[in-house]
Ligand binder design. Structure first.
Ligand code: TXA
Ligand code: MG
Length: 329
């Protein structure tokens, strides 16, 4: 018996149903330019609870509210000129801003914090969905807690099946890693989660920006960063860039014992080992971001996923490396 597949292309019909679901506090997964989101009505405690329950997400890890481009920030948060300049430069796009909240949405969205994270995604399908439903949508990445974030509708389906009523299909996500989370509540903006918008890019617009290192005092402003994330559902093993021979020996052992293995590495390594099963992450930070989660999902089709570390020579790679290391935990 074939299972009912709840993946829909984005059109007036699916959007009408999506609106029905979210206004009745059910969950709808939708594409963004970073990763897929699991959307719910941010105004409803019941809907927000349903998202936490579906993901198995710790209740102290706050959610991002997603809004259409023509939204009014003042309805939800206390705005400031620095945030305005950053929105002008980067939105719509892969940047989430953390503001002082006006406590209009469900308090469960921010887990009792006095701040609210808002994101205006650039993806056309996301914008159509957000405009059509007309309510603020709280959405974590559409993966079960700790699993790799989804970059295709099928990745979402593999985690949730038909336990959610609808997955809107907007193709493969271009950005490939989650948005940069930037706290703009103080004088200097603080990057709580690294992403495609880097400190250097922020500095060019507002003159200053710092990274909150993992585990630091500043990072405590973003409770999500303390949890293990991005784990593929297969055995993993990580090697230094200087230990490629060790990685190849393990690969050969694995294959000789009748199992399958995949090596994930950047192009500088991949070009020399093309006779193996290789997932080439590419060279530049943006290409590596685009490929990382897709590759981790591909890796789940193998018995063993072998990662080889790469040099971080551009700022976007900081965000890629952070997730890569967590995935290989
Ligand atoms: O690209 C993205 O941001 C995706 C797509 C779907 O928009 N969403 C996403 O959501 O990655 P999630 O829930 O997986 O990650 C949200 C991150 C967490 O690290 C959380 O701690 C942080 O945002 N966050 C949310 N609200 C916050 C707040 N008020 N203060 C500080 N950090 C916050
Ligand atoms: Mg997530």
């Amino acid at each position: 018996m074939s299972e009912f597949v709840n993946i829909y292309k984005i059109d007036d019909n699916s959007l009408k149903n999506a609106k029905y679901y979210v206004t009745h506090n059910m969950l709808v997964a939708f594409p963004t330019e970073t990763v897929y989101g699991l959307g719910c009505n941010a105004l409803s405690d019941e809907a927000v609870k349903a998202v936490y329950a579906a993901k198995g997400r710790p209740s102290d890890n706050p959610l991002i509210v997603h809004l259409p481009t023509d939204c009014s920030y003042e309805d939800y948060v206390f705005d400031n000129p620095m945030a305005g300049d950053l929105r002008q430069a980067f939105l719509p796009g892969p940047l989430t801003l953390v503001y002082k909240s006006k406590n209009v949405v469900s308090p469960l969205v921010s887990c009792g914090l006095d701040t609210l994270a808002i994101r205006v995604p650039a993806h056309e399908g996301a914008q159509r969905f957000l405009r059509y439903v007309g309510i603020p949508i709280a959405a974590p990445s559409a993966n079960v807690s700790k699993h790799v974030s989804p970059v295709t509708a099928m990745h979402v389906y593999r985690d949730f099946g038909s336990s959610i009523p609808m997955i809107l299909d907007g193709g493969r996500c271009e950005g490939g890693i989650e948005s940069t989370v930037l706290d703009v509540t103080g004088d200097v903006p603080v990057i709580l989660r690294k992403g495609l918008v880097t400190a250097e890019m922020v500095k060019k617009v507002v003159g200053a920006c710092v990274y909150a290192g993992d585990g630091s005092e500043l990072s405590k402003r973003s409770p999500g960063t303390k949890y293990r994330h991005y784990c593929p559902k297969t055995e993993t093993k990580l090697f230094e860039r200087s230990q490629v021979n060790g990685a190849l020996a393990l690969y050969d052992d694995c294959v000789e014992s009748g199992k399958t293995a995949l090596i994930m590495c950047d192009s500088s390594v991949a070009k020399d080992i093309s006779d193996k099963n290789v997932f080439d992450l590419g060279e530049s930070g943006n290409v590596m971001a685009n490929r990382l989660y897709y590759g981790l999902h591909e890796g789940e089709k193998y018995d063993l996923l072998i990662g080889i570390k790469f040099d971080v020579d551009d700022e976007v790679k900081l965000g890629v490396e952070n997730r890569f290391l967590k995935a290989f935990g």
